[in-house]
Design a protein around this ligand. Sequence first.
Ligand code: FAD
Length: 289
Amino acid sequence: DRSISSLFASNRPLRSLEFFPPKNDDGVIALRESAEALKAIEWDFVSVTYGAGGSTRDRTAQVSALLKDELGFTVMPHLTCVGHSRDELEAHADRLFADGFRNIMTLRGDPPKGETTFEVATDGLRYANELVTLLKARHPDFCLGVGGYPEKHPEAFSLETDLDNLKRKVDAGADFITTQLFFDNAIYYRFVEKCRAAGITVPIVPGIMPVLSLKQITRIAAMCGTALPAQLNRRLEVAAESPDVVEIIGIDWALDQIRGLIANGAPGYHLYILNRARPALALAAGLAA
Ligand code: FAD
């Protein structure tokens, strides 16, 4: 696989997608259909999230291989510290490297379902910066992405301490940052400014989620600590009775966001698409010059 860092060097905005591992075989079939439909447009890379349980982790591997080897995408599997010893993390990294992956989204991870706090595994790692260090030491050729939080990580005491911790990840060798989803570009611009002032120089890719349902986005936004702007909320409420209209409102908002971001120099956009092709295709088409 190509390293994503080399793609940033092209100095054009990159477009990328995030998939999640489906729960069962039917979900994998649906994901394959989505991914095939998405091939109608060229994406710079796609990523696949990493869950907390064994079976979902196997699916991350399965889906990452499918997207890379069968569909020809540049794939960035995610990896988290949750439930893994250092040895397991190293073995996992070796396997990814041997299988031809060159990019990893490097995360601490969310606690498993039903648990509310992150627990360090036996002989495991506590923070994402430690995983960045481990992976870079093991395979210096890995290009590593890390997560950034324009509205602060929910557990962080303040945006300032959170930025210090983001800087730790970059100082440990992270090559770029992908942000948590946000709906107000002003928040991203302020975040980038603060990162630059703190000496963080790597690309900061905005993470954008086209809204598909008011109920779902209200839950996701609360979980991520992302504010839902009053105007977006009102539009979604008016549209609430019709899922098709909600989708149009969501795409319109995301389109507006991405146009603004690119015009203001963002290095690209990463779409949280929840494995659905249509909104991503609509966005990419709507952004064609
Ligand atoms: P960290 O960077 O380790 O930060 C966690 C908290 O600890 C923060 O509050 C931070 O300020 C603090 N902190 C960090 N380092 C230190 C330090 N050295 N000393 C003291 N405090 C510190 N979750 C998944 O489970 N699977 C996924 O695939 C996944 N993909 C994601 C992709 C993106 C782009 C993003 C933004 C998030 C993703 N998440 C995923 C969610 C993420 O795992 C959670 O937000 C998690 O709670 C924090 O992960 P992190 O890597 O940002 O952690």
